[in-house]
Design a binder for this molecule. Structure first.
Ligand code: SF4
Length: 389
């Protein structure tokens, strides 16, 4: 496609509700140099149309439940080995204590993160589970979810490839869950590629788990990691793969677009982070492909200029913690929430705290969870401002 073929008329058709086909998305992406300004403008108009001037975040505490992991991704420094100083094995008391601290700081989300099925590889993980009275990480997470819920914090579990049965149990206490697709390309599992030693990152497996969640009507957070050796076409395929799941089940509550950062002592340490202009074009394209989707950019991963993503169509900052690190990216601290609010206000946006679930998905959760939420929710099902501030 030449720069003239996708013309003003085509952009206005998109703004009026026409779907962007994958072929046209490919063509736009191969001409980002010419198309990005118009993409940004269209993305902003679509965000304004579907999300207004509200930008949300979730006030959270990161519960690093267990960071032993069966898999190895070439970019990961979250995963620990049993003798590492960074090993985390939270017991029930640790979970309760952090939930109480989170409550004191008026957090509403307990983000539970684990490595992939640690008990399948490590005796230390089996022993830790046994000590806590369980045989699988999934069972233990269900118990931890009850603990934090009883302390007034809402769990959101991000524990890799859970079974359908595990998700069914966790649904009773988790209003939403998370599983990054990362990318739908099988190529990234090949030899020399970042997911070669990570069978849990097999795209078909991840897609089937997101679909299982769809069958269980669980609102899911998913997303794409941009810059790990994929092509722009594979990024686009991944966005459409998520769109297809959402079309089928209506259960994808948000897409996180995460820009890769190389980490020391990993095999990808020399790999570059994606160029800002390229990454912004992807964000805008994602908004155009899925105009009413919630699109999240983690602000700590673009700490100097995260506010610029408001100009390419995002409407969410994800979880921000006033009390814990981002243990997946500990080198990037969270911005202060009041600074995020100020940056939003400068661009005429209103920052609102959401629960681990977006307001439009609230009807999908149990009455018990809705009753608990209602104690601190405003009339639009965001967290009441006088609660979180
Ligand atoms: S990214 Fe997740 S699955 Fe991959 S090695 Fe790290 S903890 Fe394991």
């Amino acid at each position: 496609m030449s720069k003239l073929e996708f013309d003003f008329e085509s952009y206005s058709k998109i703004k009026d509700g026409s779907e962007l086909t994958k072929d046209v998305a490919y063509q736009l992406a191969s001409n980002f140099r010419y198309t990005s300004d118009r993409l940004f403008q269209t993305a902003v108009e679509l965000r304004n149309k579907h999300k207004g001037n509200i930008v949300s975040f979730s006030k959270k505490a990161f519960f690093n439940i267990v960071n032993l992991c069966r898999d190895t991704c070439d970019y990961c420094t979250y995963k620990a080995e049993p003798h590492d100083a960074k090993l985390s094995l939270m017991n029930k008391q640790n979970v309760k204590d952090l939930a109480r601290l989170a409550k004191k700081y008026k957090c509403t989300e307990a983000l539970f993160v684990t490595g992939e099925s640690p008990e399948q590889k490590y005796q230390e993980a089996k022993d830790w589970l046994k000590l806590n009275g369980f045989t699988s990480t999934g069972e233990y997470l269900a118990n931890c979810s009850e603990i934090v819920l009883n302390e007034g914090i809402f769990p959101h579990t991000n524990a890799g490839n859970l079974t359908k049965e595990e998700m069914k149990i966790l649904r009773e206490t988790n209003m939403s869950m998370g599983l990054m697709l990362e990318n739908s390309s099988k190529r990234l599992r090949g030899k020399g590629m970042p997911h070669h030693d990570a069978p849990s990152k097999e795209p078909a497996t991840r897609i089937s788990i997101l679909e299982n969640a769809g069958e269980l009507k669980i609102p899911m957070t998913t997303g794409i990691l941009v810059g790990i050796g994929e092509t722009i076409y594979e990024v686009i395929d991944s966005i459409y793969a998520i769109k297809d799941i959402h079309k089928k089940f209506g259960n994808i509550q948000e897409i996180i677009l995460q820009n890769f950062h190389p980490k020391k002592y990993t095999s990808m340490q020399e790999h570059k982070t994606p160029e800002m202009s390229y990454f912004k074009s992807i964000v805008a394209l994602c908004r155009i492909i899925m105009p009413d989707m919630n699109i999240q950019i983690p602000p700590n991963l673009s700490h100097k200029n995260y506010h610029e993503f408001l100009s390419v169509g995002i409407n969410d900052w994800g979880g921000i913690s006033p009390i814990t690190d981002d243990y997946v990216n500990p080198e990037f601290s969270w911005p202060q929430i009041k600074n995020v609010e100020r940056k939003c206000m400068t661009q005429n946006f209103k920052l609102k705290a959401r629960f681990p679930i977006y307001p439009e998905f609230v009807p999908a959760v149990s009455k018990e969870l809705r009753d608990r939420m209602s104690l601190i929710a405003d009339e639009e099902n965001y967290v009441r401002e006088d609660y979180w501030k």
